[in-house]
Design a protein around this ligand. Sequence first.
Ligand code: S3P
Length: 163
Amino acid sequence: MKTIYLIGFMGAGKSTIASLLGKQMGLPVIELDDYIEKAEGMSIPDIFAARGETGFRDAETEHLASLPAEGYIVSTGGGVVTRQANRDIMDKGVVVFLNVSFETVTQRLQDDQQRPLWRADSSDKYKIFLERQPLYQQMAHITIAVDDQTPSEIVELVAARLG
Ligand code: S3P
């Protein structure tokens, strides 16, 4: 089976769903942000601080490209869709878009400090959200609206769509 990539904005629940889906399908899960942190020996906020967003995106593309194209579930970071190279890699697998509203993200993340791009002004964050929505939609092979569903309901929906 082709690798399954979970995409969606920060706070969509990609990590939670990847972990549950991995258990249900008996597939190993790779959390791309964790993978980058281990490989680079730095936290995501430290990579942003030292190398800027571009440096982080370079590392993200490099490590995404190094992952197996078959047999894994990959939970990506919310900005992975912003680069064409990343979109080309993921399009060879199965792309599952967890579609969350900006209101839900705001409730879930509140004053989260682990995500450098969530520290921006609210209007800037909303701008990023709006810019990315069409990219997620274009990439998605499967789209699941997640606002009003529990993690186990979402996993059931994804599994049913995967066949
Ligand atoms: C980012 C999302 C984060 C992480 C980094 C950048 C983004 O991952 O990759 O802080 O650009 O949206 P999550 O979507 O898991 O929060």
